[in-house]
Design a protein around this ligand. Structure first.
Ligand code: ADP
Ligand code: MG
Length: 373
């Protein structure tokens, strides 16, 4: 899929923009604070109904404007769809081909976008919550129905947590929550497990091809109920059935502890994931450069995985990666990006940071104005 064009009104510092894109590589260059990331955020918002720098709607609207409007013409294998959004400070309205779309789940998943921002390079060191969100987003991109389970699970976790914090917790009620939580949690764990299994060969290949031939890189899942990590792509991973049984046993045996601590002991919201690099946990072992490369490798692997597993080619939003890689890896990354066919939107402070010759479309960004060159 690719975006043919975009129209932006009063979105951050982008007052009035109309752009036509190339289906291939689109580069946006300009000094700092001119609006490059804002443009990527506009595309991201059209995909996910929120920005990538905080969740607050009012922040997305231009100072002093009452609302922002975004619209894009999406081309999916020749079939065209217009997605439009009207953002107000307390509400948003989404439209598909001009018809209002009231449920987020009917809207999200039409435009598939994969984002990489400088903050992502430190995902290995980030709080587990952020890492889980990464993983959940990847699973969602392949399988939009995952969002329903995730929302339901989060709701149940909230309710059970509140029940645990009562002065006199109602154990019968806790039993009911446990019975409701288990099937939803199992579906989430299963979806994550299957996803990492699919992603593993792509990560291993992308990492060695672009970044480091001499290292083996495998994704791992860390369940709060198991001492050892589940490693994907190397030998047979621990069977899913065993993981789910472990979780069930843990859940039923943890009531005492949960009551004492007033919090839920295990479940997808306590699990984590990461990488093994040459047999060791990357978070503690990999160099900073390797960790950056790994973060980028995941995103590229995600694109390949979506294409292979679902026949979907997402758009790739790359915000200012040039500063994050050494020249050799940087050049290899660009050769690779140029060879894959996904539509790419890339921002950079200098067009010289883009070491490929036939960039399909170059735009200059200056003070909220974007001009095609
Ligand atoms: N809601 C808003 N209204 C108007 N300007 C905004 C808003 N939010 C951010 N900005 C401005 O956008 C600019 C930053 O844009 P950004 O796209 O992040 O820059 P860069 O080109 O460095 O990626 C800053 O000048 C900031 O003040
Ligand atoms: Mg920026």
């Amino acid at each position: 899929m690719f975006l043919e064009s975009i129209d932006i009104k009063h979105f951050r510092n982008l007052t009035d923009i109309h752009l036509e894109f190339s289906p291939g590589f689109n580069v946006f260059y300009g000094a700092n604070a001119q609006g490059k990331s804002n443009l990527l955020e506009a595309i991201y918002t059209l995909a996910f109904l929120k920005g990538f720098r905080g969740d607050r709607l009012p922040d997305l609207i231009e100072f002093d404007a009452s609302g922002a409007q975004l619209s894009t013409l999406l081309n999916r294998e020749g079939a065209k769809t217009r997605l439009s959004l009207a953002l107000e400070s307390h509400t948003r309205h989404a439209y598909i081909d001009g018809s209002p779309c009231t449920r987020a789940r009917d809207y999200m998943g039409i435009l598939r976008a994969i984002l990489f921002i400088p903050m992502d390079v430190s995902i290995q060191q980030a709080a587990p919550q952020l890492r889980r969100t990464w993983l959940d987003k990847m699973v969602f991109n392949l399988k939009p129905a995952y969002l329903l389970d995730l929302e339901q699970y989060q709701k149940l976790v909230k309710q059970k947590s509140a029940a645990l914090r009562c002065e006199h917790p109602d154990t019968a009620l806790l039993d009911v929550y446990d019975a409701q939580i288990f099937p939803v949690a199992s579906r989430l764990i299963e979806a994550r497990y299957q996803y990492l299994q699919l992603l593993a060969p792509h990560i291993t290949r992308v990492f060695s091809k672009i970044f480091d031939e001499s290292f083996d890189c495998f994704p791992v899942y860390k369940s709060a109920t198991r001492t050892e990590n589940i490693v994907f792509g190397k030998d047979m991973p621990t069977p899913l059935q065993a993981v789910l049984e472990g979780y069930r046993n843990h859940q039923s045996g943890a009531r005492h502890k949960e009551l004492a601590r007033q919090q839920i002991a295990s479940g997808p919201h306590r699990d984590d994931w990461g990488f093994e690099l040459n047999g060791r946990h990357a978070r503690y072992y990999a160099s900073q450069g390797q960790q950056r490369a790994m973060s980028l490798a995941i995103k590229i692997a995600e694109i390949e995985c979506l294409k292979q597993e679902a026949g979907i080619e997402p758009v790739f939003l790359l915000d200012d990666v040039s500063s994050e890689l050494d020249p050799v890896r940087h050049k290899r990354l660009f050769e690779y990006l140029n060879a894959i066919s996904a539509q790419t939107f890339l921002t950079t402070t200098s067009r010289h940071h883009v070491p490929i010759e036939n960039v399909a479309h170059i735009f200059r960004v200056e003070n909220g104005r974007i001009t095609s060159e």
